[in-house]
Ligand binder design. Sequence first.
Ligand SMILES: Nc1ncnc2c1ncn2[C@@H]1O[C@H](COP(=O)(O)OP(=O)(O)OP(=O)(O)O)[C@@H](O)[C@H]1O
Length: 264
Amino acid sequence: MKKAVQPLLQVTGLTHRFSAAGQTRAAVSEASLSLFPGEVVAIVGESGSGKSTLLNCIAARLQPAAGQVLYRSAAGEQVDVHRISERQRRLLARTEWGFVEQHAADGLRMNVSAGANIGERLMGAGLRHYGQLRATGEDWMSRVELDPLRIDDSPRGFSGGMRQRLQIARNLVTKPRLVLMDEPTSGLDVSVQAKLLDLIRLLVARMHLSALIVTHDLGVARLLAHRTLVMREGRIVEEGLTDRVLDDPQHPYTQLLVASVVAP
Ligand SMILES: Nc1ncnc2c1ncn2[C@@H]1O[C@H](COP(=O)(O)OP(=O)(O)OP(=O)(O)O)[C@@H](O)[C@H]1O
């Protein structure tokens, strides 16, 4: 009998509340999802719907009030990401996971060179040989279409699009098993966005990555994601294959979202 494929990530009943001005509000309510190996899932919804909060809870950057995030590690163990030690979490984040921030400066070390940004995760994974670190750095600069001759430059001298490419190289150089991306292309010029999206699509397919991508842009979901989840006011209101969700939305909110993009 064929063994069923196990999800890489299984999120169940995740709830997170923020307290502000004496009031407590749920930013995410009872969100459940799974991500299978090699799958790309988009989380879409308008601003404030809870997408980033959900992603940050999954990445264990935020502690949820309820719910569970189980990750199947490279060693084949089910890891409850909120129950492991801070040390274990950091190790996972450095080796098996990648996190691409919306603002590249948040995901890069701006005071060191492009090459050092790429090499850092490799060093964290135990690589020490300078020549190899440099060669891999140059190779990854090329892969993300940055000029390898700029390996010693600071990312401060890079444009927004170039910084985002560097952040992607820094994350993917160690071949993470799970990549979380928070609005990876927003805030960039439209033509820069399009090229970056093409690059992400190419790398995701070539490296057979498993990725969760938060975006308010349905075009990003259409281009990158096998499946799409729609969030509204902290809840997942619809999910399915991306083409189905976008071409034949069932929930009135998804219908509204899709119509607002199609309408002039
Ligand atoms: N640190 C915080 N303190 C208080 N409330 C917060 C905090 N972060 C987010 N929120 C609130 O939680 C809700 C969800 O925010 P979240 O950033 O997750 O939404 P989002 O869908 O990612 O939106 P955006 O795309 O604008 O970032 C919003 O109402 C937001 O105001």
